[in-house]
Design a protein around this ligand. Structure first.
Ligand code: GLN
Ligand code: ZN
Length: 762
């Protein structure tokens, strides 16, 4: 009899209950009620999750987290940053406050003044989930604290669930850690393994049979040392009485396959990524006692599984393995929203094809029943499932034509080289040395949000909405004029989110009401759903930009989100290759770019904040991705005349390795985040002469702190030491949407002053 299980469930709650409880606690942490409320909310979510998963043979426990599962692992292993321990003991913080201190650098008790550096956050593999990076050095020691996971085991047991604790494996934990080189990290493994052995012994005492141990580094290209470490770790842990189910996800095992099949574990999980090849390969080498968990349901996307096709593959495996065949989603369901039934606005034809976390578990039940009781036992469900497959026909002839005609190479190139364009633009725009600008958004006050919400609910007319937004734009332009910035923006008041906004205005993309996915801590995003051919029915941003430009003689930058970012921050149809979908978006954005130019907008910024996000995990696949991603940017941006200046913006702290691709994007100006990462990003310019203009952020917008002119000037001077002055722009790290007006005005005044001082010296 095939069994079903799950690798992890979303923690945020169907209505983001955890988010609100967390934020309430952070604001009112001194009150006991808010702490009690937070714990009660967390417990309710865990219980709700158990209920949703009650049809499973094994329910994951320990996957719930108040902030992040990697941070939880650090606390469980007793690896807490010294600075956090120091502040925690100095101020006698509770365990809960110490935990949030480690995550956010501050506790809810603002008045205690206890602060430390916020935990470094980075993206979890190729997802938009961010984890808190463990810190280690040669002296790191570990001590087990299993209280959280034991509580979750007991809780789940009390409602009769068959539990399967989920832990992050020792090798992945060290691999992801920072603060030491690989060799040092690997010397920590012999210290760490006894802690894991204690943890398994602890589970055994709790009567646990199976433990899911996640080693997602197996999705990466691993060198010999790390492969050996895996062998060593699982040899060591194999003496425990616990059955280990080894999992990896997000990509296939690739060159690690032979290592994985040789590890002495009781079960292996194989995600079905693009093919069943590895599932069958592992099935053929499986030991007689081992279980094979097939990640048959896509845990990264929101389309219904093709149940009949899955069964074609699963039936022979079931014949071979019997009850040693387990079925699961490919990865934790953390990366998909919870329940499609909550959606009331998605057209029913589309809604019918969607499957969120709850529905995915139901699909597992169907598959299990079909295997164990025969296909006929679920013939109705199978019939419904195949009826709701398939994609709608192209939404417009226009998009079909574009898709069918191979795109001409001239569409990917500006008319002249950058050096020629630079001259043309210099006379068209006459900007000073070190031109100052901002990244796009200005503070989004509650009043602006409320106005947008009212318009959405039809509580105010379109006319009133436009007037209100125009007021805000006029205000933003006025502030920028007063500050003396050189290139202005309209401030993006009409946008809730840089991707969702374009999702709302492009055909072929749907936006949901409640399909939230955790991004980090209490932050969630609502990715749009690309379900059909994408095209632009009419101009999107032109009227706003035109209005802003009408108020000033200075150039106002048009502001668009780039095709790769729209793609990477959406759920994407799976019947077309991603690069083809991206091309369609690029063509839509190209039309917008061209219309902005026609409306006399002289500078157009196309943000590619997520260009790197879906960079494949395997090195040999990265080239191809970057190739088409950059092509799509070029397709979107190259339709303009020489004198129209194209900007792009990116914010992450590592793009050294893609510098040449960034250069190939050939944006006239790129603004990047550098202040937050202490200008370390600029190191790459020592070895790589970036050809076009560049604005390294001179202050970090993630913190509410005021920054002095001389600090910004220092950063600008630092940039000058690496990049020729006539290539440099002056701007903040990123958009100002989450900041307050007061700090924005002060910091921008200082920024303009810094640029002026630099001009005098130059
Ligand atoms: N233009 C956007 C803004 O300023 C860019 C946001 C981003 O890079 N994440 O808000
Ligand atoms: Zn940014």
């Amino acid at each position: 009899m095939a069994k079903i299980h799950n690798l992890g469930f979303p923690r945020i709650g169907a209505n983001r209950e955890l988010k609100f409880a967390l934020e309430h606690y952070w604001q009112h942490g001194d009150s006991e009620t808010s702490q009690r409320h937070l714990h009660a909310t967390a417990r309710e979510i865990r219980q709700g999750n158990l209920e949703i998963q009650s049809a499973l043979d094994w329910v994951p426990v320990g996957d719930f987290s108040l902030y992040d599962h990697v941070l939880d692992t650090s606390f469980m292993l007793g690896n807490i940053p010294t600075s956090v321990e120091k502040v925690a003991s100095e101020y006698a913080l509770t365990a809960l406050d110490a935990y949030f201190l480690a995550a956010r650098g501050q506790t809810a008790h603002a008045e205690c003044g206890c602060q430390t550096q916020a935990g470094e956050m980075t993206k979890w593999f190729d997802t938009n989930y961010h984890y808190i990076v463990p810190q280690v050095d040669a002296d790191t020691s570990f001590a087990l604290n299993p209280s959280r996971i034991n509580r979750d085991i007991n809780e789940a047991r009390s409602v009769g669930a068959e539990v399967k604790p989920v832990i992050l494996g020792p090798v992945t934990y060290l691999y992801l850690a920072k603060g030491a080189d690989d060799t040092t990290k690997l010397t920590l493994l012999p210290k760490l393994l006894p802690i894991y052995a204690q943890l398994l012994a602890n589970f055994y005492r709790h009567g646990v049979e199976w433990v899911q141990v996640d080693e997602p580094v197996l999705a990466l290209d691993l060198n010999r040392e790390w492969q050996t470490a895996l062998q060593y770790a699982y040899d060591y842990l194999s003496t425990s009485n616990i059955k280990l189910l080894l999992t990896s996800y997000f990509s296939d095992y690739g060159a690690n396959l032979s290592i994985v099949s040789a590890l002495p574990v009781a079960g292996i999980h194989v995600p079905v990524i693009d093919s069943w090849h590895e599932v069958n390969a592992i099935a053929s080498t499986l030991k007689a006692s081992q279980v094979l968990s097939v990640g048959v349901i896509d845990g990264r996307n929101i389309w219904k599984a093709r149940l009949n096709q899955c069964l074609e593959q699963l039936i022979p495996l079931h014949q071979q393995l019997g009850d040693r065949l387990w079925l699961a989603p490919s990865c934790s369901l953390l990366h998909v929203p919870i329940d499609v039934e909550l959606e009331t606005h998605i057209p029913s034809g589309l809604k019918d094809r969607l499957s969120f976390a709850k529905q995915k578990l139901q699909e597992l039940v169907y598959l299990k029943n079909a295997l164990n009781e025969g296909r006929d036992s679920i013939s109705t469900e199978l019939g419904q499932n195949s009826a709701s497959q398939g994609y709608e026909k192209a939404q417009s002839n226009h998009a079909t034509q574009l898709r069918d005609s191979s795109l001409h190479s001239s569409l990917f190139k500006r008319q002249s080289t950058f050096s020629q364009r630079k001259l043309t633009q210099a006379s068209a725009l006459s900007l000073p040395l070190f031109p100052t600008t901002t990244i796009g958004s200005y503070p989004q006050t509650s009043d602006i949000r409320l106005t947008r919400a009212k318009f959405k609910r039809n509580e105010i007319s379109e006319h009133e909405y436009i007037l209100r937004m125009q007021d805000e734009i006029a205000h933003v332009i006025d502030v920028q004029e007063q500050l003396g910035l050189d290139v202005l923006v309209h401030g993006e008041p009409e946008r809730n989110d840089m991707v969702e906004y374009f999702g709302e205005h492009l055909e072929g993309i749907a936006v949901s009401q409640f399909a939230w996915v955790q991004s980090y801590g209490s932050r969630c995003v609502k990715p749009p759903i690309i379900y059909a051919d994408v095209h632009r029915p009419k101009p999107i941003t032109v009227a706003w930009s035109q209005y802003a430009q009408s108020l000033t003689a200075k150039p106002v930058k048009g502001m668009l989100t780039g095709p790769v970012t729209i793609l990477n921050w959406s759920f994407v149809r799976d019947d077309l290759p991603r690069n083809k979908v991206c091309e369609q978006i690029a063509l839509a954005i190209r039309e917008e770019v061209n219309d902005l130019e026609a409306a006399n907008i002289r500078i157009i910024q196309i943000d590619e904040a997520a260009l790197r996000e879906r960079l494949p995990l395997k090195k040999h696949e990265q080239r191809y991705y970057m190739q088409w991603a950059v092509d799509c940017f070029l397709l979107a941006s190259s339709g303009v005349k020489d004198e129209t200046q194209i900007h792009t913006h990116m914010c992450y702290s590592s793009f050294g390795e893609i510098m040449e691709d960034v250069a190939r994007m050939d944006a006239d100006v790129i603004t990047i985040e550098t202040a937050r990462s202490n200008m370390t990003l600029l190191d790459v310019f020592d070895t790589y002469a970036y050809p076009n203009d560049i604005g390294p952020g001179v202050y970090d917008i993630h913190s509410p702190n005021k920054v002095e002119t001389h600090d910004m000037l220092d950063r600008l001077n630092h940039a000058c030491s690496r990049i020729p002055a006539d290539q440099l722009w002056v701007n903040p790290d990123c958009g100002l949407k989450t900041r307050g007006w007061d700090e924005v005005k002060v910091n921008l005044r200082h920024m303009v002053a810094a640029a002026k001082k630099a001009r005098v010296v130059a």
